[in-house]
Design a protein around this ligand. Sequence first.
Ligand SMILES: [Zn+2]
Length: 198
Amino acid sequence: MTEKTDRIEQFQKMAQADPNNELGHFSLGRAYEEAGRDQEAAGAYEKAISLNPKLSKVYQLLGGALLRLGRKDEAIVRWTEGVKIADERGDSMPREEMVKLLRGQGAPLPTIKASSAAPSTGEGDVMCSRCGQVKKKMAGPPYSNAQGKMIYERVCADCWRDWFHMGTKVINELRLPLSDPQAQKVFDQHMIEFLCLN
Ligand SMILES: [Zn+2]
């Protein structure tokens, strides 16, 4: 079995075990997308936003999958919705990305409130790679190694808390024995994906 099918199976299991968890469907969509299975990726992303319509980044990815499937009009509808949601939530990175994508298709842009200038980060703040907002840092690096330091510099305290919750689910649902280095690798991969640290 290839690593990609492996990952798809893991996320299928997670999405089935906890069908109302939008993050399971989101991760499954990413895994399908990486495997070039856009039809299934679009389905998983649609499921994720039906559970949580505020996941602005998912509109971006869903539109991309739809465009590759030759469904340009639907992609434009999704990106337009996504820009509005990202704008309301202050998710500046997905908003900018989707504005670019709409422009690239010659589609009209929705009216947005926020300025496109990057927000400035103050002392104790971080421009978070996951939520795209400037938010409070954690009290300190979560691990003492280089990875812990990198996470501290790139992820806000709220998103780290979300991952903590999700990480516990990953361990339980995939029954990962963390003493096993292979399982630790799988766990780290989930973490990097969840926190958008790629
Ligand atoms: Zn964050």
